[in-house]
Design a protein around this ligand. Structure first.
Ligand code: MG
Length: 161
């Protein structure tokens, strides 16, 4: 059993993100390119991505930062900068590049697209964070990275020639 992976999946769940929420986003990204794509294909692709150590490390680090900020445990001004998701703070987009970098240019372009359009759970996390009670400054970008990487992996796997 992959203990780190189980932990990452549990932490995602604790923070309000189910694998199915991510699968919905992946399905919508790739359905126009892969004719017989199913939600199960998306779930199993996400599963294989989360099984990678670089990915679990990024998930656990991002969530740890969000949770520490919620407890106001970082020094100011950085705690507030992260908590308010300051528009000029971009480290939350840089950390998930450790995931996106593994999956190449399709992952990279989709990552930017998801960050801008914020479909489904990504938008939900963004709104919850902006309400001020919770902090999802890192988690929303982590989800963008997992979904865009899954889209890329599916695109490459689907090519038969
Ligand atoms: Mg963010």
């Amino acid at each position: 059993m992959n203990i780190l992976k189980e932990l990452a999946v549990q932490k995602l769940k604790d923070r309000g993100v189910k694998i199915l929420d991510i699968a919905d986003i992946v399905f919508n990204l790739q359905k126009k390119y892969i004719e017989d794509l199913t939600i199960e294909d998306c779930i199993s692709t996400i599963d294989s991505i989360i099984a990678k150590r670089e990915v679990t490390h990024a998930i656990l680090t991002g969530i740890a930062i969000d949770e520490t900020v919620e407890k106001d445990l970082f020094e100011e001004p950085i705690n507030k900068i992260i908590k308010t998701d300051d528009s000029l703070y971009g480290i939350d987009e840089i950390l998930p590049l450790s995931i996106v970098n593994i999956y190449g240019s399709i992952a990279f372009t989709n990552f930017g697209y998801l960050d801008k359009t914020k479909p489904g759970i990504i938008g939900k996390l963004d709104t919850l964070g902006k309400d001020g009670k919770q902090c999802h400054t890192f988690l929303d970008d982590i989800i963008c990275a997992i979904a865009s990487s899954a889209a890329s992996r599916l695109a490459h796997k689907n090519r038969i020639d």
